[in-house]
Design a protein around this ligand. Structure first.
Ligand code: ZN
Length: 156
């Protein structure tokens, strides 16, 4: 995870500021893959527990008209990761961070099953977007080479 220590959101202090849409986006996108401790080490706090970021959160998931100008992902990517986190935390009987709880209550307007179901819908949608046929030839070669290396157990 060295790149995360080097890369920043573009704040003046040369680190993740933890207050902007880019930080929140990256935090959300990494959430299904990293545990809370690792994320806190990178961002200094659990950004999903920052209620004052709810407006930004709504923009990222597409519930607000304007999308942040920073480099952020698609609504599908964000919603997928959010749903995946909720489903995982719920399955482990863990308390949801504030923003995820509000997403569940106010955006999905009820149950966990809905988060799980919606997670699958987004997954399907996302995977469709990544079919190899959609890649240009160079990327397809790169991807296949990387997949082969991985299959052979090589890490470089
Ligand atoms: Zn930031």
């Amino acid at each position: 995870m060295i790149f995360l220590e080097v890369v920043t959101c573009g704040s003046k202090e040369d680190k993740w500021c933890g207050d902007c849409s880019k930080c929140l986006f990256v935090y959300i996108i990494l959430s299904p893959f990293l545990d809370e401790e690792s994320l806190k080490n990178i961002f200094g706090k659990n950004l999903l527990d920052k209620e004052e970021m709810y407006e930004t959160f709504l923009q990222l998931i597409g519930s607000k008209e304007s999308k942040p100008f920073d480099c952020v992902g698609t609504y599908e990517e964000v919603n997928f990761c959010v749903c995946k986190c909720i489903a995982e935390l719920k399955s482990e009987n863990k308390k949801l961070p504030i923003l995820l709880q509000r997403y569940l209550d106010e955006v999905l307007s009820s149950k966990v099953e809905k988060a799980e179901g919606i997670c699958e819908i987004y997954e399907e949608h996302l995977l469709k977007g990544f079919e190899v046929s959609n890649l240009n030839e160079d990327f397809e070669k790169l991807l296949n080479r990387a997949l082969k290396r991985r299959k052979d157990g090589r890490t470089y």
